[in-house]
Design a protein around this ligand. Structure first.
Ligand code: KDG
Ligand code: MG
Length: 402
């Protein structure tokens, strides 16, 4: 079975998505997600100019060989643009292989390790009272695990706080909007949020929180320690992880479980964190790190150290990534949790899929392939809209980590 054609489809049903479609001489097709939030066109050019011409005529069933061809063969390794392009090819080829086998993708990976996939939803509010209400709504919808973020007095547009809908969407401006950050204010506020949540709902639900890279290692250690009594499922991205050894300091001071990795591209970004057991959950997902082929290498390394997976699942990862991730989650022995920040009905219509939510869990489908398709006619009705992620600044105008 040879690859005869491949093309990129860009659509914006409320937000931008980049999808690669690969066709074969057997009539089978597959799709993969290549969306890089706020930098979508860079991956489009990488695929169209530098990847697709090399794919034509290759054997579609040689997924590993094509992965190595695109990774080693390019000479220039790693990075979000390269690895998302490789992920799109990889996922499209796994889709084709599973369709050729007449099996859902999880069967090719080794079959089920579980019946259903526990997910966490995103609850947020302008202040603590609103976030407490929002968590209650997620509990009513059946969620077992909920991420809680709240506005912080004195901080403009704190990370993770929506504007009145369930579909929080940070990339919402044609140029980056400016938000602010103040660590002292956040450190005073976040423990109060979790105190209120535990006082209201008790300890029957898993609670999570995303610090979005804002703290220094010392501040991060302080926050992790002060949240211990509220028994979080995890505390995410406490400090930037380019310096993986920075997590040693946090570990020395707290037993709060730590999650990192949604912006990692390869196993090398996580190697020290995993080998020194500096984290508990690895957040890297299918589109972020070169597809199923590379993600399972990361998960296998993590499993040696009892670190579990917690795939990134924000709305900028298309339903194609969600579908592929659910096959991975259904198989991976060291599964922890899956993020599920629900897509809008417009997005779900462009990407028909066979997974469904029920009582706090996502259920993978049994359609051959990864179970997600694209309605190209509908997709064409939503042209690309420039949209950037915000930037974050300190009160004096100093750039901070968004
Ligand atoms: O594109 C950026 C988002 O995916 C990110 O801000 C969401 O941190 C995030 C999360 O945990 O879902
Ligand atoms: Mg995050």
């Amino acid at each position: 079975m040879r690859i005869t054609a491949a093309r990129v489809i860009v659509t914006c049903p409320g937000r931008n998505f980049v999808t690669l479609k690969i066709e074969t001489d057997q009539g089978l097709t597959g799709i993969g997600d290549a969306t890089l939030n706020g930098r979508e066109k860079a991956v489009v050019a990488y695929l169209e100019d530098h990847v697709i011409p090399c794919l034509i005529g290759q054997a579609a069933d040689q997924i590993e060989h094509i992965w190595q061809y695109l990774y080693r063969g390019a000479y220039w390794r790693r990075g979000p643009v390269t690895m998302r392009a490789i992920a799109a090819v990889d996922v499209a080829l796994w889709d084709i292989k599973a369709k050729a086998a007449g099996m859902p993708l999880y069967q090719l990976l080794g079959g089920r390790s579980r019946d259903r996939v526990m997910v966490y939803g995103h609850a947020n509010g302008a202040d603590i009272a609103e976030t407490v209400d929002a968590v209650g709504r997620y509990i009513d919808m059946g969620y077992k695990a909920i991420r809680a973020q709240s506005g912080i007095p004195g901080i403009k547009d704190a990370y993770g706080v929506g504007r009145g809908t369930l579909h929080y969407e940070p990339a919402d401006a044609a140029l980056p909007s400016e938000t602010t950050w103040d660590t002292a204010k956040a450190l005073a506020h976040v423990p109060q949020l979790f105190e209120a949540l535990r006082a209201t709902y008790g300890f029957d639900h898993h609670l999570l929180h995303d610090a979005h890279h804002r703290y220094t290692p010392q501040e991060a250690a302080s926050l992790a320690r002060r949240l211990e009594d509220f028994r979080l499922f995890w505390l995410e991205d406490l400090t930037p992880a380019e310096n993986q050894a920075a997590f040693r300091l946090i570990r020395q001071h707290s037993t709060t479980p730590l999650a990192v990795g949604e912006i990692f591209n390869t196993i090398w970004d996580a190697k020290q964190l995993i080998e020194e057991q500096l984290i508990d959950y690895i957040r890297t997902t299918v589109v972020g790190a070169g597809g199923i082929t590379h993600l399972r290498r990361i998960a296998d390394l993590a499993s040696l150290y009892q670190i579990r997976t917690g795939c990134h699942g924000a709305t900028d990862l298309s339903p194609v990534t969600m579908g592929a991730a659910l096959h991975f989650d259904t198989w991976v022995p060291n599964f922890g949790i899956q993020e599920y920040m629900r897509h809008t009905p417009e997005t779900d219509a462009v990407f028909p899929h066979d997974y469904h939510f029920e009582d706090g869990f996502l259920h993978v489908g049994d359609t051959p392939g990864h179970g997600v398709t694209i309605d190209e006619t509908l997709a064409a009705r939503y042209p690309y809209q420039p949209a950037f992620l915000p930037v974050a600044m300190l009160e004096d105008g100093t750039m901070w980590n968004w």
